[in-house]
Write a protein that binds this ligand. Structure first.
Ligand code: ZN
Length: 495
């Protein structure tokens, strides 16, 4: 057929790629400190959203270990060579599939199906990822992580399911692809929580995986072996890197496998896609006899280790019951809008004490301010109301921002989300000299960032004390962008 030439080309590329085994060139020996631009000993912040609320003239001291060593009020910061206008905790990006970034913009047209939906999007994704080599994935991951840092996130929680070569056979190094994500994190300085994903079959009926999906598949033993290989490599990134587990979804993992794979996390975070699309809910209901949230409540004892990605399809009783478990709802407002998933019940979730984190998921666009804006705007459009997620004490922006930094910390298994001694120095400085911020202080700074500004206001970012973004730009911006550009030329030539 017309595609066979392309298929041969892809196969050739993969053979070539597997010859150049250069990993782990980027990683040093265990115990050696991770390369980074030297953090300042400390700096002064005119306005600082520290634990407990806003403070003016706050000195934040950083230790050599990447943690905040002291936070105090003072007009003069001894040893401070930097001062910033407004300092916030830099949040976690709680859900990402890095490789999908390279498809951004390719799926915005109708297919032959009159009802164009999530499912046709998934078809294109499968065809696209057929061509991705480990080298491609490393370059894409570096780009995505860099974009996350420049948007103000300090941490990438990577829900990593692209494990094998296109015909489904494992690479010689079973953890080749995971190692590439780790190598990218070494390059970018992002805080990484890596979640190898268990994926067994192609639907709730246990049907086998199709051509596009066979790169994801592991049985339990193979998955355990993969995890065993990933953990020591991840450790070499440094003590802020974190290991966790994900089970893809109820569509891809059997009931028994859920508990087996969850045990492999040994206390680290456990994530799964939960209830994204109505078609998914119908499939689960048909095969398992209950809705996804009901199934989870009955079968896997959700707790503080759990993060459920896409809690879009929930009935009121499910929202309340799941919120009360202390598990995090992993929201992906821009992807959920892009895929037409539906609207998360943010008001009732937060009312019930529910925790939230934000992820960029498909990475169609990476923007912290726009994710938060989309979350609130979806609530407003549904309820024909304003300030849906605000409280009487906290503005909308402040409530969302603080909720997602704390929930993100929980979802990432990372001591972050607060500007307080002992926490990782995951910090974000906002430019308040921008015209949008004239005369603003306190909560209004965050509201203006989210609703009136954009990520260009993000000036400085530290991840575990690594000063990765300076004056709005990542320290390796040019090189990472060039690598990514050449990958796009290579992988888009089939279009
Ligand atoms: Zn996802």
């Amino acid at each position: 057929g017309p595609n066979s030439g392309k298929a041969e080309l892809f196969a050739w590329r993969h053979r070539e790629a597997s010859k150049n085994k250069y990993f782990p060139r980027n990683l040093r020996e265990p115990g050696e400190p991770r390369s980074r631009q030297e953090p300042p000993g400390g700096f002064k912040s005119d306005e600082c959203l520290k634990a407990g609320g806003w403070g003016k003239n706050v000195c934040v001291a950083l230790g050599d270990d990447g943690c905040i060593s002291e936070v105090k009020f003072s007009d003069t910061c001894t040893g401070a060579d930097t001062s910033v206008a407004c300092l916030l905790p830099a949040p976690v990006n709680a859900h990402s599939h890095v490789f999908q970034r390279a498809m951004a913009g390719l799926t915005e047209r109708r297919g032959k199906n009159l009802v164009d939906s999530f499912w046709t999007w998934r078809e294109l994704m499968y065809r696209f990822l057929d061509q991705l080599t480990p080298e491609h994935v490393e370059a894409i991951a570096a780009m995505v992580q860099m974009e996350m840092l420049e948007a103000g996130y300090a941490t990438n929680v990577e829900f990593h399911y692209l494990h094998h070569s296109p015909d489904g056979t494992p690479y010689q190094n079973r953890a080749e692809m995971a190692d590439r994500i780790i190598a990218a994190a070494e390059q970018t300085g992002v805080g990484l929580t890596l979640l190898p994903v268990h994926y067994e079959f192609g639907g709730c009926d246990g049907r086998s995986l199709t051509r596009g999906q066979i790169r994801f598949k592991n049985d339990l033993d193979d998955f355990a072996a993969l995890c065993q290989s990933v953990r020591p490599t991840l450790k070499r990134l440094g003590p802020d890197a974190c290991f966790g587990i994900a089970a893809h979804s109820l569509r891809a993992v059997s009931k028994d496998s859920f508990s087996h794979s969850r045990n492999l996390s040994s206390g680290g975070p456990f994530h799964m896609h939960l209830a994204e699309q109505t078609a998914e809910v119908d499939e689960v209901l048909h095969h398992l006899g209950c809705r996804p949230v009901e199934w989870v409540l009955e079968n896997i004892e959700p707790n503080l280790d759990c993060c459920f990605i896409h809690c879009t399809q929930m009935l009121p009783h499910e929202t309340k019951a799941l919120a009360q478990t202390g598990a995090v709802a992993g929201l992906c407002p821009m992807t959920e809008a892009n895929l037409g998933d539906g609207i998360f019940d943010g008001f009732n979730w937060l009312e019930a004490g529910g925790r939230i984190a934000i992820g960029s998921d498909s990475n169609i666009r990476i923007s912290l301010s726009e994710e938060l804006r989309s979350l609130e705007y979806s609530q407003r459009l549904r309820d024909r109301s304003r300030n849906v997620l605000a409280t009487s004490a906290l503005s909308t922006g402040r409530r969302i921002f603080e909720s997602m930094t704390l929930g993100g910390s929980q979802a990432a298994g990372r001591k972050t989300g607060r500007i307080e001694a002992g926490y990782w120095a995951d910090l974000l400085a906002i430019d308040t000299s921008a015209i949008t911020h004239v005369g603003s202080n306190g909560d209004i700074i965050i509201d203006t960032f989210i609703f009136a500004g954009d990520d260009r206001l993000v000036r400085e970012v530290w991840s575990a004390g690594r000063h990765v973004v300076t004056s709005g730009q990542h320290f390796a911006h040019e090189q990472i962008t060039e690598n990514y550009r050449s990958v796009l030329f290579a992988v888009k030539d089939w279009l």
